[in-house]
Structures are given as C-alpha cells and as structure tokens.
Design a protein around this ligand. Structure first.
Ligand SMILES: NC(=O)c1ccc[n+]([C@@H]2O[C@H](COP(=O)([O-])OP(=O)(O)OC[C@H]3O[C@@H](n4cnc5c(N)ncnc54)[C@H](OP(=O)(O)O)[C@@H]3O)[C@@H](O)[C@H]2O)c1
Length: 334
C-alpha cells in the first residue's frame, strides 16, 4: 500500500517562554517511531488525559513537540506481524499512545502490535471512539463491581463526575443493567441529559462532598464509580452501605485521598482500583465486547459531540475546565 510522505496532525510545542501552543500541521511519516503496525487513523476521541498532554502536563508527556491522542481507531496500512494484516481495522487505546508516542490526533500512528485490539463484531470504528478510553474505563469499572458481587437488589449506585466521559458511559451502563443509578454532578442544569442516559436521580457536587469531618455518614450506596477522587471519593467511602463496593478510576477533583479506616473495618467497604492503560487483554476484550453488545448505548444522541481536528482546540480547553458533557469523537477524515 502506498503511504503518504506526510499527514495532518495536532502538534503541541513548548515556546521559549514555557508556554504551550497547539497547531494543526503537516508531520512527516518518517517522524513516527518504528513500530510493527502503521495505522491510518479514521477516528480518535478526546479524554481528560489528552487535554493534560495538550497543555504541557509533563506527568503525562515529557517531551514536546508532541501529538496527543490516547485513542485511535483505523485501518492497518503497514504490518510486520503475522497476527494483524494490512487492511484490518483496529482500535488502539492506552499504553503509551498519545503520551510519549505520537497519538490519535494525527492521521497516522506507528505502534507495537500488542497495543491493537480487533473491534468486536458490530462495533464500527466511529462507535469504538464514541466510547474511547472513557467508555472502556467505565466498562472496566462496572465489570469490577459486578465481579465483586454487586447486584441491583442491593440498592442504589452512585456515579461521580457524571456528565463527564467516564461518568456518562457508567451512568448509561448501570441504567442498561437495571440499576437505580444516581448521578453526582457539578452541572445540575444537565439533569435532563442525565435522566436521558438513564439516571434515576441526581445529587449536586456539594452533596457528594461531605465536609462535616464525621468519620462515617448515613449509608446509601451499594456501589460507586468514582471518576473524581479527592474528598468526593472520601465521601463515597463514608456513605457506602455495608459491604459496598467502590471503583476508583479518576482524579478530576484531586489525586489526594484523606480518609479513615472506619468504612473498611466497620462496614466492610471495598475500594477497587481501575486502570485502562495497561489492563490485560482478557479484561480489555471483555469490556469491548460488553460495550458492543449487551451494554451497548445509544451513540447517536446527546452523549456524543463530533468534531474535526481543526475544531478540537476549544474542546480541549473546555474539558480542562471540567465543562465537557459526554464524549467528543474526532473525525480525522474531515
Ligand atoms: N484509570 C484510568 O485508566 C482512567 C481512564 C480514563 C479516565 N481516567 C480519569 O477519569 C477522570 C475522568 O475522565 P474523563 O475523560 O471522563 O474526563 P471528563 O470528561 O472531563 O469528566 C470529568 C468530570 O468530572 C467532573 N469534575 C471536573 N472537575 C471537577 C472538580 N474539580 N471537582 C469535582 N468534579 C469535577 C465533571 O463532571 P460533573 O460536572 O458532572 O461533576 C467533569 O465533567 C479523569 O481524572 C481521568 O484522568 C482514568
């Protein structure tokens, strides 16, 4: 297959004044690292981590200039492995993509074959990126809670950061499974959106953020998907029911967790960590299969905003400010 010499990509550069600028530029294909697969990216998506990379967060991306994009879905155009052939479609999320390896905000990526997943039947490239890392993470959280024994008879479940990418998909999956799901959000004006996703109720971010100083509060949640960390995660621990299960996957509020042992030793609460970046293939594939089948959400409605690479810049600022609703799919063909 004839490959182009260069391609369109977002390039984030560091200026002499230590500012970071984002531009849409042509990048040479020869600039990409050596890899087993070269993929023509058809769709990518915007995650919180991309916004960190695109704004100079050195905890995510050490060296600039850099092309962010931790998600990519596209067609293999060059392969040195027997397991994936030229012409096959693949999904790539996590590992080092978009961190220190040029990512999905460019029309081509070059990666080790172990990073690629073949999409389950029925999941288009566009829909795989409608979920993206955020959707995969939400599915991994729910899988972890169900594996721990959570079921809908045990009572209400809470999702924090509910209008965000991970939060929205988690609300949708829980609703699809018949749980009574309560959405905790800073955007209380988005009640209609959350109800449409299937939330039974909503609480404000303030209500989810207990500042009383009490070691425990009235128990309410059988399960929690927490995407924000900080005192909201500490509050979820204090308000979990006996044997409650809490999946922690994010730090949009804070990476700190100041808590005490009482939820664990008096209520038998479990705190479960969820990572989507290095998650082994078995769990990764199972999550994609659930998202494509049994847990499939309506990916045509309000959950998704689509944009081109040229339209992405303001959306990066919006997600950094906690102002994004749902998921943003980036169409690299436009
Ligand atoms: N463990 C993993 O593998 C993994 C994978 C993906 C994402 N993550 C993490 O999960 C988190 C969510 O990612 P995302 O892509 O869904 O981001 P997102 O779309 O920006 O959603 C985050 C949501 O958190 C809430 N929020 C933002 N700032 C907050 C603050 N200061 N205090 C309390 N709530 C706040 C907002 O929702 P409301 O306005 O509705 O409250 C926001 O929409 C991020 O921390 C991300 O790094 C982890």
């Amino acid at each position: 297959m004839a490959l182009p010499q260069d391609f369109k990509a977002m390039v984030v550069s560091e200026t002499a004044e230590k500012n970071f600028v984002r531009e849409i530029k042509r990048r040479a294909l020869s600039d990409l690292p050596a890899g087993e697969l070269i993929i023509e990216v058809k769709y990518s998506s915007l995650n919180y981590k991309d916004a960190l990379s695109a704004s100079g967060n050195k905890g995510v991306t050490r060296k600039y200039p850099h092309t962010p994009g931790i998600d990519a879905a596209g067609v293999v155009v060059d392969s040195t492995t027997k397991t994936i052939a030229v012409g096959e479609v693949v999904i790539v999320t996590g590992f080092d993509l978009g961190m220190n390896t040029p990512g999905g905000f460019g029309q081509y990526i070059s990666i080790p074959s172990g990073w690629a997943v073949k999409p389950p039947p029925g999941l288009s490239l566009r829909d795989s990126m409608a979920y993206g890392t955020a959707g995969l993470t939400a599915a991994l959280c729910v899988l972890r809670l169900l594996a721990g024994g959570l079921n809908k008879e045990q009572g209400e479940v809470l999702v924090t950061g509910a209008t965000g990418g991970v939060g929205s998909v988690a609300v949708g999956i829980f609703a699809r499974l018949g749980f009574d799901v309560i959405a905790a959000t800073g955007k209380t004006n988005e009640e209609a959106y959350l109800k449409q996703l299937g939330a039974k109720g909503m609480i404000s971010r303030e209500e989810a953020n207990d500042t009383s100083g009490r070691p425990l509060q009235k128990p309410r949640w059988a399960g929690v998907v927490d995407t924000v960390g900080g005192n909201i995660l500490a509050t979820a621990l204090k308000t979990a029911k006996y044997a409650g299960l809490i999946a922690a996957c994010g730090n949009a509020m804070s990476a700190d967790l100041n808590t005490n042992v009482y939820p664990f030793i008096l209520r038998g609460v479990s705190l479960l960590g969820v990572d989507s970046v290095e998650v082994p293939a078995r769990a990764r594939n199972m999550a994609w299969q659930k998202l494509a089948g049994e847990w499939r959400l309506d990916l045509s409605g309000d959950l998704i905003t689509e944009c081109s690479l040229d339209e992405l810049n303001p959306k990066i600022d919006q997600i950094l400010q906690g102002g994004m609703r749902g998921r943003v799919v980036v169409d690299l063909n436009k």
